[in-house]
Design a protein around this ligand. Structure first.
Ligand code: MF3
Ligand code: CO
Ligand code: CO
Length: 263
């Protein structure tokens, strides 16, 4: 597996792509309310990326994906296709996944939005999923194996009674949307890649309330939980630095907690 090591010039461009992707999530937040359609949210994101950021919405047309961002509601795990028929309701949990391409480099990030008042369970699911991502990010530094990240995500999620989806993983990112390495969110006991400064990849755990099994809908894209239980996902694009990591897609209002890590 040939894992690209980014040059300083590439890192400079990826920081820009990263802040643009993060800004899309900040921009869309006030629109994610009851009675709006996911199709409308998609077109607001598209306009912003294309006309304000002068960037490219990398999902549009990627492997035939028909929209500019993925929007996955409730039991949709990932790759939800925005639609004017899908109207958000009070209590929905909504993932918006944005990938921008700017100056030949990609950045990929997603977060959850909770519409109105939702259940304690839904809040807890989102909280545990986001914390599992922060745990993994905190482990990133040169010399660490990707396997260690997967191990900690899985352990933390399962300790809290939820399950990790196996079929989709994080990925290297740069000139390509998806490149080496694969970043598994569970422990595959494969020893795995050893991190080096200049590697850039996403971490994007998908966590279900019930079983980890999924099914793909007839549209060929929408991934749902097999048992119709709720699912959450958070994603960041991460640079490995000399002594740790840098979150390239960090949002202005996002504070990353310092977590205690036990193995
Ligand atoms: N953004 C997704 C990821 O995290 C990929 C979406 S591919 C698309 O890797 F075609 F559905 F947009
Ligand atoms: Co990704
Ligand atoms: Co993504």
């Amino acid at each position: 597996m040939n894992i690209p090591i980014k040059t300083n010039e590439e890192i400079r461009k990826m920081r820009i792509a990263g802040s643009l992707a993060a800004e899309v999530l900040e921009m869309i937040q006030p629109y994610v309310i009851q009675d709006i359609s996911t199709g409308e949210l998609d077109s607001i994101c598209h306009d912003y990326i294309v006309n304000k950021q002068h960037a490219i919405a990398a999902c549009l047309g990627y492997c035939g994906f028909p929209k500019s961002v993925c929007i996955s509601v409730n039991d949709v795990v990932c790759h939800g296709i925005p639609s004017s028929d899908k109207i958000l309701q009070n209590g929905d949990i909504v993932n918006i996944d944005v990938t921008v391409l700017k100056d030949d480099y990609h950045a990929d990030t997603s977060t959850m939005f909770i519409v109105g008042d939702s259940t304690t369970k839904a809040h807890h699911l989102c909280n545990i999923t986001q914390t599992s991502l922060y745990h993994a990010i905190q482990l990133v530094r040169p010399g660490v194996r990707l396997q260690t990240l997967g191990h900690h995500i899985q352990k933390f999620v399962e300790k809290n009674g939820f399950s990790v989806v196996r079929e989709y993983c994080g990925h290297g990112i740069g000139k390509s949307f998806h490149e080496a390495p694969q970043v598994l969110h569970y422990n595959a006991n494969d020893r795995g890649v050893v991190l080096q400064p200049g590697m850039v990849f996403t971490i994007e755990p998908m966590v279900n309330v019930g079983s980890s099994r999924i099914r793909i809908m007839q549209d060929g894209w929408t991934v749902k939980t097999h048992d119709c239980s709720l699912s959450a996902q958070y994603e960041h694009t991460i640079l490995v630095t000399q002594h740790g990591s840098e979150i390239l897609t960090l949002r202005q209002n996002e504070s990353v907690p310092l977590l205690e890590i036990n193995d």
